[in-house]
Design a protein around this ligand. Structure first.
Ligand code: COA
Length: 261
């Protein structure tokens, strides 16, 4: 598929750099952008040559400054529900694709932008980034998962503080409350993201997918069901060639070479 609103570039290491590319509109998520993101996330999920993704925004000011307010302004209630469901499904496709993703938050991550970032496995922010859910200032609430993922990341009290005030937090504050994993200078943001992924991708690929799935299942279904899933997934991991290779390599004092089998 060719894209009009995003850029999709995969490098030799199998890392897809997905850039929302509407810098004149601060990379606002129109419905068309969301459709293209969905297609890109499905490609990440199914292409065996792609092992991870980095999400970022074009230009110097914004990661993504939210859903496109021109579209939000004219949605009927039924259309608005479908709009939310399409965005939720797209972001969930990324979150559950089985491969790690990084949000390289290079500026404003507001509304749908923060919701997109929160759907990634981890978030690294540049020093100039500002992150928030300002929807209540527009008389609406987040529709792409903000009321659900924000409290899971930062806890109920801090999430409600952000959701009800609509005020953004700085990158430093986002780091302090656990909303982003690290703050790095803007010029080094993509290098930092790639370096982190390189370390992750040196690990057993099947184990990465199972670990992410276990966290997702547990957060969804509670501790007991999560623990049951973890034990089963642990059993599955013990059946892989990767387990044999990883444990042998440790005992033979060498670096493992994982085949993802
Ligand atoms: N939807 C549609 N267009 C948007 C947008 C959005 N979410 N965010 C920014 N834009 C557009 C602006 O309308 C402007 O377009 P124009 O040049 O055609 O007028 C362009 O992007 C640049 O934005 P501007 O507001 O001039 O930049 P700024 O540096 O003065 O302010 C922000 C930056 C992020 C503070 C401001 O753009 C803003 O508050 N955006 C909306 C954030 C928001 O509420 N998001 C949640 C939506 S649910």
């Amino acid at each position: 598929m060719s894209y009009n609103h995003i850029l999709f570039e995969a490098d030799a290491a199998g890392v897809a750099l997905i850039t929302v590319n509407r810098p004149d509109k601060l990379n606002a998520l129109s419905g068309a952008v969301v459709l293209e993101l969905r297609a890109a996330f499905e490609r990440v999920a199914r292409d065996p040559g792609i092992r991870a993704a980095i999400l970022t925004g074009a230009g110097t000011k914004a990661f993504v400054a939210g859903a496109d307010i021109n579209e939000l302004a004219v949605l009927s209630p039924i259309e608005a529900r479908a709009y939310a469901e399409r965005g939720q499904a797209a972001f969930r496709a990324l979150e559950t694709c089985g491969k790690p993703s990084v949000a390289a938050v290079n500026g404003y991550a507001l509304g749908g932008g923060l919701e997109l970032a929160m759907s990634c496995t981890v978030r690294f922010a540049s020093e100039n980034a500002k992150l928030g859910q300002p929807e209540v200032k527009l008389g609406i609430i987040p529709g792409y998962g903000g009321t659900q993922r924000l409290p899971r990341l930062v806890g109920r009290g801090r999430a409600l503080e952000m959701l009800l005030s609509g005020e953004p937090v700085t990158a430093a504050e986002a780091h302090r409350i656990g909303l982003v994993n690290a703050v790095v200078p803007r010029a080094g943001l993509l290098d930092h993201s790639r370096a982190w992924l390189a370390g992750v991708l040196a690990n057993g690929p099947l184990a990465l997918g199972l670990a992410m799935e276990a966290v997702d299942v547990g957060l969804d279904s509670g501790l007991d069901a999560g623990l049951r899933f973890e034990a089963s997934a642990f059993g599955v991991s013990a059946a892989t060639d990767d387990r044999r290779e990883g444990t042998r390599a440790f005992l033979e004092k060498r670096t493992p070479v994982f085949a993802g089998k």
